[in-house]
Design a protein around this ligand. Structure first.
Ligand code: F6P
Length: 343
């Protein structure tokens, strides 16, 4: 049995832990061979491979990023993409493919399996934690820890200068990073894509925080939108290769608006890719390792068209199509809990 592996979409801490676990168990317990495809679907389309065996995965558990590289290439938007994938898999004698990715990568894997007979197993990753079929994705915990540490540090400098600090975090459609880090870091305002915000209300919270002689920290997810507006971007909309609009800009816009409306100095900190880089947290290493072990077991069982997922403390298998059927967004009542601390 020869197993192909690829990592697609935005990288996230824990990808290497999945690769290591699947290879270790596959080689040691099942005597499988592995082949890596470079840069997600692009490597599989172009036939760019990376040798993958136990020596290649030694020492990678705590390393961020992915030893296989990643891209947002979409085979269904690439000329002859699907045909070239089928040809390369046949040429490389690959019997099964483990695709590690988020909504986009897993959506492609689901279609390749359902419509083109590619024997895929999916592993969910994304710092955004917005896949509904799993309780958590790895990468999220690390991103939340990074954002929380930043907020902790920003409190003291904000208070020294009595300024407003607006912290922009990632989160395209879902505000999980903003909510968890904002709550853990004691932010005074948390804005998420799921709930449009009222600028006057935000300024009210900022002002009341100053009245209590503290400086406000506003945490905003990059996909958050004002009540009467649309996505706020830095300039003209640019798109990534999967077709998504590149986000970021709402933090800067918000700081300007707050400053103009309250008369208080406001600055912006965009955490950006710092949230995705570096070593995974212990939780993410644990989750990613278990996902890798269970993904190779799914291959052994011939259970294709499935994705491994966390349910409580168990790893289960769900149809790949469930992974992308619905985004997991922040429910209204959960967001409402955080409002106790606004202002
Ligand atoms: O993977 C999802 C995500 O983390 C989004 O929150 C963010 O908008 C996007 O990645 C940015 O990714 P990139 O800079 O790689 O295009």
């Amino acid at each position: 049995m020869r197993v192909g592996m690829l990592t697609g979409g935005g990288d996230c801490p824990g990808l290497n832990a999945v690769i290591r676990a699947a290879v270790r168990k596959g080689v040691q317990d099942y005597d499988y061979d592995f082949i890596g495809y470079r840069d997600g679907w692009r490597g599989l389309i172009q036939g760019i491979t990376v040798p993958l065996g136990i020596p290649a995965v030694r020492g990678i558990l705590p390393r961020g990023g992915t030893i296989l590289g990643s891209s947002r290439t979409n085979p269904f938007k690439t000329a002859d993409g699907v045909r070239r994938i089928q040809e390369n898999l046949a040429e490389d004698d690959v019997d099964a493919l483990i695709a590690i990715g988020g909504e986009d990568t897993l959506g492609v894997a689901a279609r390749l399996h359902a419509d083109h007979g590619v024997r895929c197993v999916g592993v969910p990753k994304t710092i955004d934690n917005d896949l509904s079929a799993t309780d958590y994705t790895f990468g999220f915990d690390t991103a939340v820890n990074i954002a929380t540490e930043a907020i902790d540090r920003l409190h003291t400098t904000a208070e020294s200068h009595m300024r407003v600090l607006v912290v922009e975090v990632m989160g395209r459609h879902a505000g999980w990073i903003a909510l968890h880090s904002g709550l853990a870091g004691g932010a005074n305002v948390i804005l998420v894509p799921e709930q449009r915000f009222d600028l006057d209300e935000v300024c009210g919270w900022v002002t009341s925080r100053f009245r209590a002689s503290y400086a406000p920290i506003v945490v905003v997810a990059e996909g958050a939108m004002p009540e009467d507006g649309d996505l706020v971007l830095k300039g003209a909309a640019a798109h990534d290769s999967f077709g998504h609009v590149r986000l970021s800009g709402v933090g800067e816009w918000l700081a300007k608006e707050i400053e103009a409306r309250t008369g208080k100095e406001a600055r912006t900190i965009v955490l950006g890719h710092v949230q995705r880089g570096g070593t995974p947290s212990a939780f993410d290493r644990w989750l990613a390792t278990r996902f890798g072990l269970h993904a190779i077991d799914a291959v052994r069982d011939g259970d294709f068209g499935r994705m491994v997922a966390l349910r409580g403390t168990d790893i289960v298998r769900v149809p790949l199509t469930d992974a992308t059927a619905r985004l997991k967004t922040v429910p209204g009542p959960l967001y409402a809990e955080a409002r106790t601390f606004f202002g």
